[in-house]
Design a protein around this ligand. Sequence first.
Ligand code: SAH
Length: 509
Amino acid sequence: MVEKKQGKVYLVGAGPGDPKLITVRGIELIAQADVIVNDRLANPILLKAARPDAEIVYVGKASRDHTLPQGEIIKVIIERALEGQMVVRLKGGDPFVFGRGGEEAQALAEAGIDFEVVPGITSAIAAPAYAGIPVTHRSLSASLGIITGHEAAGKPDSDIKWDKISTGLDTLVFLMGIEHLDEIVQALVKNGRAEDTPVALVRWGTHPIQQTVVGTLANIVEVAEQNGITPPAVTIVGDVVRMREAISWFENRPLFGKRIIVTRAESSGDSLSVQLMNLGAQVDEYPVIKFIDPPDFVVVDSAIAELNTFDWIVFTSANGVEWFVRRLFDRGHDVRSLTNIKIAAIGPKTAESVRKMRLKVDYVPTKYVAESVIEEFPENISARKILIPRASEAREELPSGLRGLGAEVVVAPVYQTITDQSSAEPLRERLQARDVDIVTFTSASTVNSFFELADDVDTSQMTAACIGPITAASAGSRGFINIISASEYTIEGLVDSLIGHYSGNGKSL
Ligand code: SAH
């Protein structure tokens, strides 16, 4: 019998929370692993990079309640490695900074199992950085200590040399220090650190819910209590804390602290969500609509059969382009059938979809609504034949306006928009928590479906961020009082309006 090859273990630092702060090596190993043994502080979003068939073992530890004792964790890792698996042991921050990574490496070495260590960005440095606190600074701090706050500071046989560190180091960063904050402060003061030394606590650092409070050794315990600071948080002691006033950047982004629901369909939701997150928002995606085949393809198929009789195609959404071209191909045609037809797109996003199909766009109006398409049409369309491939349910303004100019208009449903019922439960749960600040709507149908899923929602404390006037009117008619309407009717325009509205309103220091 061939002996089974032994596996290998990677002790990987997941970084402090912001999923982008993992290393390239770390994410590459997650993507390859057979087994991922995950911690409480490693962001679970990182597991999205794992193979669908990877085994995920959660061994999360909250401050008091240990899910799996350390001995058991080591046992699981060794077992899997002996079975020949590739194991990624994912740990918050850096595996060797109070992560017990040292012990795990030791156990692996003793068991004769091959392993590698992938360092991570530790919360001891990243949480202060995201709070606008450099842990060293040419004129304020020439030394840094990273200290466990886990052991009771008063105990006589403490491993921490309080007499040396209290005044011997400029910046002190305590991890796991919230439960013993009182004793830590007392030990520092007793050992000579000035009572007016600034102290900052950064909770869930680098996460969108990061919270920072500032005080001095004299009052930080009180400040922590008043603000309900609970783990995980780092404690930073030293003059560098003052730098925050000048260089706090993460918490000063325009949408920091805002909780936003994005309602667009999943396939197209990415760019809006990402843009909002990059501005500091905490984004939850609940696609309230989805796209399916139209009730039938009769109209579009007969139009496709006689495409050479049309003068123009007017696309009113990127979806319209995608579904029309798909049907064209399904019917055995390709873009050559469009040779003599001019193409209009209602806005830049739709135009981009047309160009992606390697087709030229002949006309985009200056405002991205039906009314502008009609008013600004670049040629006399009297007696011209126009095809509008679009959703089966849509406003009548465009076809009737074009008919008013004498055109023969064929409206061809190429997809239909329906409410995505699978979002109902998670959406309602989120709304019940009453912590949503903004809901984005990118079409009137997202407004309607949102209320279909959550009909009894109280909108008085929420703001509707709408892509244009039609969507805004829908939101208003459904009870929203606070409405932001984009002045340019695109996703970028929507994001710009949000920035304009909230600039300077980010949480202050
Ligand atoms: N290896 C980890 C530390 C593990 S000890 C690292 O390098 O970051 C766990 C402690 O780390 C927590 O009690 C808390 O003090 C700190 N911590 C981890 N992630 C944090 C975060 N996102 N924000 C604030 N503190 C964090």
